[in-house]
Design a protein around this ligand. Sequence first.
Ligand code: FNR
Length: 363
Amino acid sequence: EVHSKGTSLTELEKAAGEKMSSFARGYYSHPGEGGQTYRDNCQAFKRYRLIPRNLRDVNIRDTSVTVLGSRLDLPVAIAPTAVHKVAHPDAEAATAKGAASMNTLMALSSWSSQSLEQVAEAAPRGVRWFYMLFYRDRGRMKRLLERAERAGYAAIVLTVDQPLFPDSIRRKPASFPVQFSLPNVWIDDDQPGPLGSMEHGAGLAKIAKEAATWEDVKWIKNNTRLPVVLKGILSAEDARIAVDLGVAGIYVSNHGGRQQDGVPATIDVLPDIVGAVGGEAEVYLDGGVRTGTDVLKALALGARCVFIGRPALWGLALNGAEGVEEVLQVLKHELSIAMARAGCAKISDIEPSLVVHESYYLY
Ligand code: FNR
């Protein structure tokens, strides 16, 4: 069933919840310990108010934007999330098709159930980034960087807010209801036992590097021709260090509340980070983006584009590639309406003066 343009993400979340297995629902919607940060991500957007500009010509609106040189039809991209096979049998290939049909970007997770090459082939014209893990063996990282380059990925994303590997992957045997391998972690079928097994956990502990440092970022930067994006930045100081190292993209994220609970909502730290970066890198944001006005507010506060994590999975679970497309279509439509009401005909018209915090602090 394909929903109309008027459908909201809240409705799609509800419909997806009814369709997903209880395992998928629990895994995807898990708000992290306590859930304070997850709730705050969503609620914080509502604490910013819009001050529209009227009587500007907004008959024709253009939501397109350029992200690290790639032109996207909308400033909403797909965040890297693990094992899409739990949501839909067509998995990441379907997500990639959905994103490509809306001409937007998908970041593929290292924890994907299909190889980065398979996902690239599924949507050859799509724009893709690859989220790579930190490994102890630099030869392994080098091989993965080369694979991503060869398969046409446009950037390397390093997730820096996960210094400890998730228990669910390493220590606590999880009984996934579907069978899959991890072809972007294990090469040449060297995966030591199924995901969730003790052998797998032990094998991962052997190859993965916990608590990576700036030295690892430097090494990766020097060993790929692709631009590097750091995902999980919440501190203006860290953003500044990254920019000084030549990082091309600062991706403000708290992992959708799934890492440290009690860290701030991403939209609340965005302005400081944008200030520290001073236009020397692009800044992105994810966490709790659910409406077109959320997108508008994030862009007004300085994000080049935003990413969605869970909403893409709801779409995928509902209807495969078409479901992902629909989620993006809803956000594009809502953004276009919000832009008209704010007096913005194009993305570059979206300025800081459009947004005021509920405390009426002006940016
Ligand atoms: C994630 N996220 C994530 N991030 C990452 O860097 N690597 C990963 O493999 C995953 N895996 C993952 C799985 C699932 C099920 C979820 C929900 C999230 C975090 C993700 O990229 C993103 O930061 C958040 O999901 C954004 O918040 P929203 O849009 O879900 O509110």
